[in-house]
Design a protein around this ligand. Structure first.
Ligand code: CA
Length: 237
């Protein structure tokens, strides 16, 4: 993962059992210059991910055999991989995040190819940023607030002495909030800063990731300001 080698095209694994969607997505992503491989069911998706080590996975939830949730678990257990999940409905997205599935972004069908490409580009930029920080970032001292420690150089988070495992997206969202404690950040701002995504249509993604952070770190750290956004509340301990 040397940061100074010329960037080769990203490899994207597309997991979708509906042939027309799979073909259309693969064609569009190939046209963007990415290397694309398609898997049509859950088990071949897990195999393909282990073999390819893709830079990102576009994963339909409803698949024959093992579903997208189980595919995500198995892929993430093998190797941390950015996943953009395709869902059938908005409430399905909330449900999946509540379960802590570990995807980095969600899109509800039907979606536009343009939006898919924009979100994938943002996801790849986020991952690249994370690797760059991990490799060459200055050794900033960890952020310590009460029993919460956020080590930006190591990209590790501890609460009450226990390590908390976050996805790259969850980590960036936490850092963004914790860097301005007690300050309300709007969902639109978080979406723009963390997801590089300017269209406010994705604010549900922010809500979903806040749920994931609360589930992993405890419910007391992030306050909801209804109709506005979220604020980090440093713990007292
Ligand atoms: Ca499907």
């Amino acid at each position: 993962m040397a940061p100074d080698v010329p960037t080769s095209p990203a490899t994207i694994l597309v997991v979708e059992d509906e042939p027309t969607i799979a073909t259309a997505v693969a064609q569009r992503l190939t046209a963007e210059g990415w290397r694309v491989e398609v898997a049509r069911d859950g088990l071949s998706a897990v195999d393909a991910a282990a073999r390819l080590r893709p830079d990102a996975v576009v994963l339909d939830v409803m698949l024959p055999g093992i579903d997208g949730l189980e595919v995500t678990r198995r892929i993430q257990a093998d190797h941390p991989t950015p996943i953009l999940m395709l869902t059938a409905r908005d409430d399905e997205t909330d449900m999946l995040v509540g379960l802590g599935v570990g995807a980095d972004d969600y899109m509800t069908k039907p979606f536009s190819m343009r939006e898919l490409v924009a979100r994938l580009k943002a996801l790849l930029r986020r991952v690249e940023r994370a690797q760059h920080v991990a490799v060459s970032g200055p050794a900033e001292p960890p952020l310590v607030m009460g029993d919460v420690t956020i080590d930006k150089a190591q990209r590790r988070v501890h609460r009450a002495g226990e390590e908390v495992h976050l996805t790259p997206t969850e980590f960036e969202l936490l850092v963004m909030l914790a860097s301005s404690p007690k300050t309300v950040l709007t969902r639109e701002r978080l979406l723009a800063e963390v997801w590089d995504w300017v269209d406010a249509s994705g604010t549900r993604t922010v809500d979903s990731h806040i749920k994931a952070l609360r589930r992993k770190l405890g419910p007391d750290l992030i306050r909801t300001v209804h109709g506005v956004g979220y604020a980090f509340e440093p713990p007292q301990s």
